[in-house]
Structures are given as C-alpha cells and as structure tokens.
Design a binder for this molecule. Structure first.
Ligand code: C2E
Ligand code: MG
Ligand code: MG
Length: 739
C-alpha cells in the first residue's frame, strides 16, 4: 500500500507517480471481463490512495478533530447532569427506604424512627447516618455516622452536600417529601457514583471515537469520489504536462463530471493539449529555422557547404547510388569576384551572387544539388548514370550559363568561372576527399589562368604535397641563408644610362642531386610565402638587403641609381610597411630617392583607402612607386589619378609578343601614351631583342629592362657589370647596349 508522500516526494519519484497513474490507467476498456470487478475494487481502493494526498490528510484530520471536539463538548455538558441524576437516584432510594421505616405512631413526634428500623436502614441501605430535625429545626434524633449538613442554611437545605472525597452524600428530606412534620438529613454512601460517571465518560468517548471514524470514513469516501479522486487526476495530468509538455500523457475522468471540478479538469486538459500543440508547432518552426540557418545560405537560398557535405556523405554511405553510378562534384569559383566586391561594393556583389545562384539552378538538371560553399564558390553534385554523358556536359552547362553578362543596377558584369571536378568513386571514397579533390582541381584551374576547368588527377595531389613540402622548406630557408638577391639593371632608353636595378629573390634549395641543390623560381615560392604569411619576414629581408647593397655600391663610387624592390599585397596589408621602409632607410643610410617600391595593380584594389594612405606616406618619405606588370590587371585610369605613382612598368608578356601580336603591340603603345598623359615614366620589362628595343624607342618608351642587357645577377657580378657598362658607355659616348 503506498505510503503518504509530500508533493515534492511525488514529483521526485517517477515510480510513485507511475504507480498512481497506472492505477488510473486501469481502464475497463482494456479488459472488459474484469472491468466490473475492477471498478468495484477501485471504489473501495480509492480512499486508500487518498492518503497520498495532502489535502485528504488535512480534510480527514480536520473533520476528525472537529467531530471529536464537538462531541467532547457535548460530553462535557452531559457529565454533570448525569452525575446529578445518579445522586438524585441515591436520594430517591434513601427517601423511599426512610419513608417506609418511619413510625406512624403517636410517638412519632418524639421518636420518628424506631431503633430497629434505624438498624435495618443502616445495615441494608446506602444510608450511613440519619439526623431528624423538628419543624423548628431542632435535632430530634441522631443515628449512625455523624452528618455535617445543617438545616440552617437555605442553600444546603436545597441541594445536599457531597464530601470532598466524593464517597458520601448528605441530603435533606423535607416534610413534604417524607409526608411527616419534620426534616430528615441522611448521609448516603455515594462511592458508586464516581465509577459510574467515569464509566459513562469512557463509553461516551468510545462511541465518540467510533462515530468520528465512521463519519470521517464516509466523508472521505464521498470526497474521494467527488473531489479528491478528480483532484489527483487533475494533479497527475498537470504533472505529466510539466514533465513532458509536448506529449503529456493526460487522462480523462472515468465518468463525465458536470460539476466544478469536472469543468476544471476539462479546462486544464484543453489547456494542456493546446499548450502541447503550440509547443510542437513552435518546436517545428524553430527546428526549421535552425535547419535553414545551419544548412542554407541566407543570401542565395541555396544549401550551404555543410548541407552539401552531408548530402554527399548520405549518397556515399547509404548507397543511394546504384552499382555503376558515378557522382560528379563540381567546385565553381567566380573569377575576380573579390575585385568586383571591393570596387563596386558588397550590395552589387550580393546581387551578383544571387543572380549566379539562380542561373546555375536554371541551367543544371533538377536532381543536381547546388550549394553555395563559400563567398564566391558554388558546389554542384550530380549523379551520372553509366548511359548518361560524362561530367563535361555539366561543366559546359555551367560555362554556358555564364555567357550572358549579368545586369545589376543597369551595369553589365561579364562573369567568368573556374571549375574543378572530381568524381566518386574514382577520386576518393569519402565525401571529404571528393570535396577536397574538387577544390584541388579548382585551384589548379585558377592557377592555370582561370576561366577554365580542370578534372582532378592524382598529379594535382602530388603538386599539393609538393607545395606543403615547399612551405616546410621555405620556413628554414631564411634562417639557413638559402635566400639571395639577384639584380637586373634598368636603362634610360634615350641616353643609355643605367638608372636602376630590380632586386629579384632567388632561392637555392639544397637537395640530394649531383648539383647539391636547385634554384626555385620566385613564381613558385612567392605565392606559397604569401599564403603562409612568410612573405612578411622574407620581404623585410629583401628590402633591407637591397638597400644595403645599393648603399654598398654607392660607397664603391659608382654613379648612384634606384633599387626597385617588389612588395607583395600581403606585406602591404599585414605589416606596418611605412615604418619598416623608414627604419631600413635610416639603418642603411640610403637616401629615399634611391629606393623604388614595385606593386602590382591587385594591391591597389584591396582596401583602396588604406592603400592610398600608405602609398602617400611612402611617397612623402621620398620613395618612388612603380606599378608592376601594368596592363594585366585593371589598368583603370581612375586609380592611376588617385595614387602617387611615378612609373608604369609594362608587363613583359606584351613586350615579348609585341612583334608578333598586333593586340599586344597596341596595348604597349596605349600604356606608353597613357603613362605620359598622366606625367608618369614608362618602363618596359622583358626586353629580349634589339627589335623589342627599337619598337619601344619608336614608341617613345622611357626605360627598359630585360634579358637583352642581362639576366638578373648576384650583387658582385652586378657591380662588375655596372663598371664595365659605364666604361663602355663613356667610351662610346652614345647609347650603346651590350650585345
Ligand atoms: P616581376 O617583378 O615582374 O619581375 C620580373 C621578372 O621577369 C623576373 O622574373 C625576371 O627575371 C623576369 N625577366 C626580366 N627580364 C626578362 C626577359 O627579358 N625575358 C623574360 N622571359 N623574363 C624576364 P623572376 O625573377 O623569376 O621573378 C618573377 C616574379 O617573382 C617577379 O615578377 C615578382 O613578381 C616576383 N618576385 C621576385 N622577387 C620578389 C621579391 O623579392 N618580392 C616579391 N614580393 N616578389 C618577388
Ligand atoms: Mg617587379
Ligand atoms: Mg613584372
């Protein structure tokens, strides 16, 4: 039988609770055969369950105590009359006995009682003493035990007197009561009265207890049916709702109840159900929202990388693919999107991404999964059935969708994309590898000129591994003095004077070959250094060495010239380049005018305002600024006007092709004209032949640099080269280039 527990106990004890609900659960519908018996049992059993309930305890105790109190007070009122009644009974017995013993003779006035009858009375009745008084209240006769009561006071005459130990009772029998002309006071043995009263109290108390118990039980039974049972049901329903608000296990009363409690249960159940459905709806909404945020890109509404990866994993793990199926994964990157974003603003960038997303969705098959993986990278996944064309069809669809320019705010943007493709299962058996390989192929496509596609091959992986190895080696290269500078001279095309030298980095990487090492091209290792941030210390070394070397040459007495140092965008935006340049110039005591900083156009485009500020600070120090590889980037007039530039450096590719390719020739001419119109000097690099030189002279180019004069050479050789060159120049006193 369940023992009483407080609410806390019930709340903390699911077993207890289950026990309660399981009893409620025991519905007749479940087992029709035993149903009536159960119902009956329930009825009888119900009150016991009430002990689990505090209210029932309170009601029971209150009712019990109340009945007890009421009956006790009733008892208190009846004890006295009962006692009096007992005494009165004694008195009556004494009176009757006495009257029958009184003399009816003449001598009655002298001796109302004969000795014999007194003796009888004292022996056979409760009478222990007798005093007879005349009407004048004078004592006539006195027998037996002495009597304390005197017929003098009117009050004692009326009531009688009871001894302190309650064993004796003295009463006055008046002439009217005994029918004789005298008063008689008798002393009675009253020892039986008190036990009778006590027994009366005991009996009454027993009846009282039984009655209270009976009334309480009946009350509890009634309460259990109409009040407490429904209350427990209500409480349990609320408890269930509190424990599991979304799926509350709520019960209905066994019988429909039309009273207030029934209504309360009904309302509470409705509210619990309503609350549960609201919570469910809210949860579903929140889950959907979280799902959307976690798996979808807010801007394009397309799935994100996480979703894509999970879908890919799903396909692979759960074998959604058929036996010979192939899964193609395309990684699509927008070429130069960052530049558009930076120059045109993020609003345009966002709209562009949205438009591209829509185009891809439109162009690709319905079952293809298209996701936006990062800022400007989209991922595509599609099943290729053995009888279906290969992934090149998908690639073509992507390229075709980009042919038309995207119109945003009345501006046309011609978007080009680079694509990397990998296939499951050929290029990897798990989702991560497939994705990674598509990215590797994409990087290859970007490295090889963009606007193109590359299909993953294991050679790419090797290239990536080599890059990692290169990075590891490059970290040591600086400490182990494997990095050196070579110098390539620059000349004034009109006077033939040597006016500068470009410092170009060389890395001699030792290996186990016969030669003991090999030169690694800066074209290979500079991007690795830029990506890893190593370019910052390397660039510092280059700047310092170039300035030191130039100062050293000046000290040797050769006519001073500028030293041009290439700065990467990373250096520009990570370190404090202005202070670095100032410190190095101060340290090496090189005049700022003998230093030139070469930056490519892409540097201008990143953080335009910061770049303008930095370039102005450098320029104010007296350092010259040249735009390297001019013509390959934006070549926009607008930035040329804003930046403090001294020199445009025509990219060597234009010079190299200028004799064969009319376009490159035209571009070279245009750059020279543009530079001059802005008051800038124009230098051409990549001058390899006399024809190049003649063409540039015709076009009024100011300065030249290239293999025609010399390849980049170490500092000592460069010094010899300069001395020889200047000697020859002076000798000929005319422009003469070394053959
Ligand atoms: P760049 O600044 O445009 O340097 C010119 C490149 O053209 C040099 O290649 C040079 O050797 C090469 N060159 C010069 N004349 C001719 C020619 O007549 N024909 C041909 N085919 N090439 C010629 P290099 O030294 O391999 O440097 C390649 C690039 O590496 C440089 O291009 C520059 O962007 C980068 N680089 C080199 N040194 C540094 C450096 O110290 N710091 C930074 N950030 N980048 C550097
Ligand atoms: Mg350069
Ligand atoms: Mg260049």
């Amino acid at each position: 039988m369940p023992s009483f527990k407080g609410i806390g106990g019930i709340l903390n004890s699911p077993d207890q609770h289950n026990m309660v609900t399981s009893k409620i659960d025991d519905s007749p519908e479940k087992n029709p055969k035993t149903a009536p018996a159960r119902n009956w049992l329930n009825m009888v059993y119900s009150p016991s369950r009430l002990w689990e309930n505090r209210v029932s305890w309170r009601i029971t105790i209150t009712v019990f105590i109340t009945i007890l109190l009421v009956q006790t007070s009733v008892l208190l009122f009846t004890v006295n009359p009962y006692e009096k009644e007992q005494l009165e009974g004694l008195r009556e017995i004494a009176r009757t006995a006495l009257v029958s013993s009184l003399n009816d003779t003449k001598e009655q006035m002298i001796s109302p009682l004969s000795k014999q009858s007194v003796k009888k009375l004292l022996a056979n009745t409760l009478i222990e003493g007798i005093t007879v008084y005349g009407l004048d209240r004078s004592a006539i006769q006195n027998y037996g035990a002495p009597i304390l009561l005197q017929p003098k006071t009117s009050s004692s005459m009326l009531s009688g007197y009871r001894s302190v130990d309650n064993l004796h009772y003295e009463v006055l029998l008046s002439p009217g009561e005994i029918g004789r002309p005298y008063n008689i006071i008798v002393k009675l043995n009253a020892s039986s009265v008190e036990p009778r009263v006590v027994s009366y109290i005991h009996q009454s108390l027993l009846i009282l207890l039984l009655l209270s118990g009976f009334v309480t039980s009946v009350l509890m039974l009634v309460l259990s049916l109409w009040l407490l049972e429904p209350m427990i049901l209500l409480r349990n329903n609320l408890l269930n709702a509190a424990r599991n608000p979304e799926k509350p296990n709520i019960k209905r009363p066994k019988k429909e109840m039309c009273d207030e409690i029934g209504m309360a249960i009904h309302i509470a159940n409705d509210m619990i159900r309503q609350n549960a459905s609201n919570l469910k709806r809210l949860r579903i909404q929140t889950e959907n929202k979280i799902h959307k945020l976690a798996y979808f890109d807010v801007l394009t509404g397309l799935p994100n990388r996480t979703y894509f990866l999970e879908k890919l994993e799903d396909n692979i793990k759960h074998k959604l693919l058929e036996k010979d199926d192939v899964l193609a994964v395309l990684s699509v990157d927008l070429d130069h999107f960052k530049d558009i974003n930076d120059t045109m603003g993020h609003e345009i960038g966002d709209k562009l991404l949205e438009a591209i997303g829509k185009r891809l969705v439109k162009a690709l098959p319905k079952n293809a999964v298209i996701a936006r993986a990062s800022a400007d990278e989209f991922m595509i996944m599609a099943h290729l059935k053995p009888d279906q064309p290969d992934s090149s069809v998908l690639v073509e669809k992507v390229f075709a969708s980009m042919t038309e320019p995207v119109n945003i705010l009345h501006e046309n943007f011609q978007i080009r994309v680079s694509i990397g493709v990998s296939h499951y299962p050929n290029d990897g058996v798990n989702a991560h590898t497939i994705l990674k390989n598509a990215d590797i192929a994409l990087n290859r496509a970007k490295a090889e000129g963009r606007d193109t596609v590359r299909y993953y091959s294991q050679d790419f992986d090797r290239a990536v591994q080599q890059r990692f190895q290169m990075l590891r080696d490059l970290r040591n290269a600086l400490d182990q003095k494997q990095l050196h500078l070579h110098y390539q001279p620059q000349f004034n095309l009109k006077t033939g004077q040597l006016i500068g030298a470009e410092a170009l980095l060389r890395w001699w990487r030792p290996d186990s070959s016969k030669e003991g090492g090999a030169f690694i091209s800066p074209v290979e290792f500079i991007p690795v250094a830029e990506q890893s941030g190593l370019i910052v210390p390397i660039g510092e070394y280059v700047l310092k060495t170039a300035c030191e070397t130039n100062k050293m040459w000046q000290k040797k007495g050769i006519p001073p010239f500028r030293i041009a140092v290439n700065l990467s965008g990373v250096q520009f935006h990570r370190g404090d380049i202005t202070s670095l340049v100032a410190n190095i110039l101060k340290e090496t005591k090189l005049e700022p005018r003998w230093l030139e900083i070469e930056v490519t156009e892409s540097v201008f485009m990143e953080n335009m305002q910061t770049t303008i500020d930095i370039l102005h600070q450098l320029h104010q120090q007296g350092v010259e600024i040249a735009v390297d590889d001019f013509g390959t980037g934006y070549s926009s007039l607008s930035y040329l006007r804003q930046f403090p530039i001294d020199r445009l450096k025509i990219d060597q590719s234009f010079i190299r092709n200028s004799l064969m390719n009319i376009d490159d020739r035209m571009i070279t001419k245009a750059i020279i004209t543009l530079g001059h119109s802005l008051g800038l000097k124009v230098i051409a690099e990549g001058v390899e032949t006399i024809d190049h030189e003649n063409f540039l002279r015709e076009e009024d180019c100011d300065e030249v640099q290239g293999f025609k004069y010399t390849k980049p050479i170490p500092a000592d050789k460069f010094l010899t080269f300069v001395i020889d060159y200047n000697r020859n120049l002076a000798k000929n006193n005319k422009m003469s280039m070394v053959e």
